[in-house]
Every structure is written in C-alpha cells, then in structure tokens.
Design a protein. Sequence first.
Lengths: 287, 256
Amino acid sequence: MKTKCFNIEKLIIGIVLGWLICFIFIPNLMIVITSFLTKDDANIISLVFTLDNYLKLLDPMYVKVLWHSFYMAAFATLFCLIIGYPFAYIIARMQIKFRFFMLFLVIVPFWTNSLIRTYGLKSVLGTHGLLNKFLLALSIIDKPLHIMYSEYAVMIGLVYILLPFMILPLFSSIEKLDNCYLEAAKDLGASRWQIFRRIVLPLTIPGIIGGCLLVLLPALGMFYVADLLGGAKNLLIGNVIKTQILNMRDWPFGSATSITLTLVMAFLLYIYWKISQKIHKKVEMEI
Amino acid sequence: MKKIINTIYLFMVYAFLYIPIIVLIVNSFNVSKFGQKWKGVTFKWYGELLDNDSLIQAAIHSLTIALISATCAALLGSLMAIALYRYRFKSKNFIKGLLFVVMMSPDITMAISLLAIFTLISIELGFFTLLIAHITFCLPFVVITVLARLSGFDIRMLEAAKDLGAKEWTILSKIIMPLAKTAIMSGWLLSFTLSLDDVIISSFVTGPSYEILPLKIYSMVRVGISPEINALATVMLVFSLLLVVISKWLVREKIR
C-alpha cells in the first residue's frame, strides 16, 4: 500500500515537471542563450558569443521605434485609467445586485475574438465610419477626421481591447474600501476632494498599479492591433519582434528584443510588488 | 443631478465597448458590401460564410484545438494544483517559478521560445505544435483556479480519509476530484476561451498545414473589408454567449 501511494505521487510530479521543463524551462533558456549568439544565414545561428544584439537595440533607429511603441502603450494605459477609474468607482458604489450585472456587461465584449473587435473598431473609426458620420451630423467637425493609420488609432484600439483589464482590478480594490473611513472623514469636515485625495486614492493604489500593469504589459506585444489600425509607421514592440523572427530570420536580435521586453516587465512587476507591500504595512500600522 | 451624470458616463463607456460590435452585427445583415450605408436586409453574407469552405475548415480546426487543449490543460493543471497542494518535494519552488514565468512573460516571448524548441527538434508546425502551445499557455490559469479551491478545503477531511485507510488514489478520485469539480470546470472554460481567442502565440507556432480561425480572420481583414467576417463575428458572439449561459446554468444546477 505504501509503495502504491508513493508511485501515484511520483507519477503526478513527474508528468507535471516534465511538461514544464520541456515547454517552458528549456525554450526560455534557449532564447536567453540565442540572444548572445551571432546570426548565421545558413544555420540560423552560429555559436559565437556576442553582445551585439543588445547593443543593436541602442541603435537610434531601434531606440526610436521602441520609444514610440512604449509611448503609445503608456498613453493607452493612462487613458484606460482615466476612463476606468470613475467607471469602476460608480459601479463599486452601486447596490450589490446591480454591481455584478454591470461588471458582467463589461466582460461580455471580451468573449468575442479580440481580432474581430479590432476589425469592428476599424469600421467605426474609418473616414466614412460611424464616428465621423456622427460628428459631421452634429457639425462638431466639418471635414472627416483621419484617425485610421495614425498613432491615435493604435491607442484607441489598445484602450478598447484592454479596458476590462483596467476596470476589474480597480473595481475589486474600490469595492474593498470600507465606508467607515469615508463617513468618518465627512463627519470631520473633509471636502470631497480631500476625501478622494487623502483616503480613496491612497487605499486604491494597488488596484491602480495592478490595472496599469495588466494593460501596459500586453499592450506592448499586441502586434495585430498596430498592424490593423496603425499602418506601417506605428509599430509596437511585438511587431518588431515578429518581423525579426518570422521575416528577417534574425533569431539572435529577435531574442534579445524579447528578453529586454521581459526584463522591463519583470522590473515593473517588482516595483508593483514593493509598492503594494509598503502600502499594506502602512495601512496596518495606521490601523 | 449627480446620478444623471453618473448614468450618462456609464452609458458612454458601454457605448464605446459595444458600438464596434453592434456595427459588425448590423453590417452582417446589410446589402451594401462596404457597410457605409444601409441598403436593406439580407442573409447573403451568412450564405457566403457557409460556402467559404476554408473558413469553415479553419473554424472546425479552431474548435478542435480549443476542445482538446482545454481538456488537456484542465487535466494537467489539476494534477499540478494537486501536486502543489498535497505533496512535499524539492522542485516545488521550481514549478511555482516556472508557472510564474508563464503568467508574467509576454505572449510574444513565449511564442518565440516555443517556436525555438519546435524548430530545434524539427517537428512540423501544425496541429501538434499548436496543441502543445495552447495547453502550455492555459496551464497557469487552471492551476490558479483549482489551487484556490483546494486551499479552501478542510484538511481534516483528507486526514480522516487517510486514518480510515484510504489509498492515495481513493483520496484523489473520491474526495479531491469531486470537490474541485466546479473549479476544474471553470478552468476548462477559461482555457477554452483563451485558446479560441489567441492570435499572438498561434501565429508563431502554426504552419500552412493547419489553419485556425483567428489567423484566417487576420489574413482576411488585413487585405480589406470582407462582409463574411461580419457574419462570422455575429455567429461567434452568439456562440460564446450561449456557452456562457450554459455554463452559468450548469453551475447553478450544481449549487442546488
């Protein structure tokens, strides 16, 4: 009996560990190693150590592309926050029976393929699209706006696809907010701005940062949004990596770009972790 | 007054989220091909959708991949959650670390790392590479859902079973599995939707021999406007809404 129970345990651990090593550990290790090797046209890579792939990222041309990508993703994140925060706040303060229905409505579009939604957005933003028709009809503008194939189109696309990822963490951190604090502050004569600035905002910082990360991190890689809405000039880091690997067959440089992207993300996550720990301690101490 | 402003605000955000989808649905019934003017109701595009063999084929491929990969991910993920919850072993932190890597590393990094290993062992890109990739990126979601459920267990139940002489297999199949069933099911559903939706990883690990729906759509919408896509979007939305309603209903039955 003893040996049999031992066997099942071993078997489960073996399967699980085997899968993770084969399809996560080794592949990632390969990418890390490849990023330090030299490109070779015949054999994809040759085993010569180099740092050139990382240095190439500092080339002004790539710096410009990467910076533009980061700038578009960062602004998309900011817009998500600006749109999402009041939205999450209003919903979190509703009666419980409405709350979940409203959240449900946020998640429904999420079930349609995001590619199809991007395509739908394209037909709204186009020169003869619904948005232009609407604005023309209200005579807010007299000439159709050319939004498509600009950086604004990419930003709108990213906001559109990723907004739910901002709203959900914001909602859960605002919902946790204890009403006692707000009422106490009101009783003590705080203005609405003071309540928001001194109580609501600090206590929901983990939700804000969490939401920002959930939007920013995928935003950098969503090459199809940039591809469909942004045209050739407005690339995201995802487009750069995709072109390097699939079209140019430059594995070492593609790997180096993606490792850099991962490291940037890891760094942002680390900061998030540190800040949320700090806030946790502070809140505990004050209570 | 404040309430009215709030309602208008909520309405505007919902409009932003829903208008592109509604435009697609409306245009799927529009006679006009370019969908800029309403020219009357037609079901022509649905007919063309049904006649488009390669699109239907891609949809079947996608569903096949989603079904199999969700099932495998649910199984493997549950095993992983059980291993993390119940057993003590040296590589536990290693497993947790790797799962963390999958969760946190950008999709595109995972895509090229998988493509690297597939190229190295020179396996033909197609069904199996897609399947392996989809199972792998779904895994952490299942593990987290199931592990959350397992952590809520009363550990005394398992101890009681052991004291009464239950074997490991009995404990797994008679206690842990039935109790974690709903969590495993929601993990399965999450994996299924993730698999159907993925564009980034699939576009790296698929080959011409096995075309799946998101990539087929991608190549179609890049070229220009195709009204069949509108019809397809409507069908997919109805399909996923049905799936959600069914799953809610199943869970509700279980609670009773």
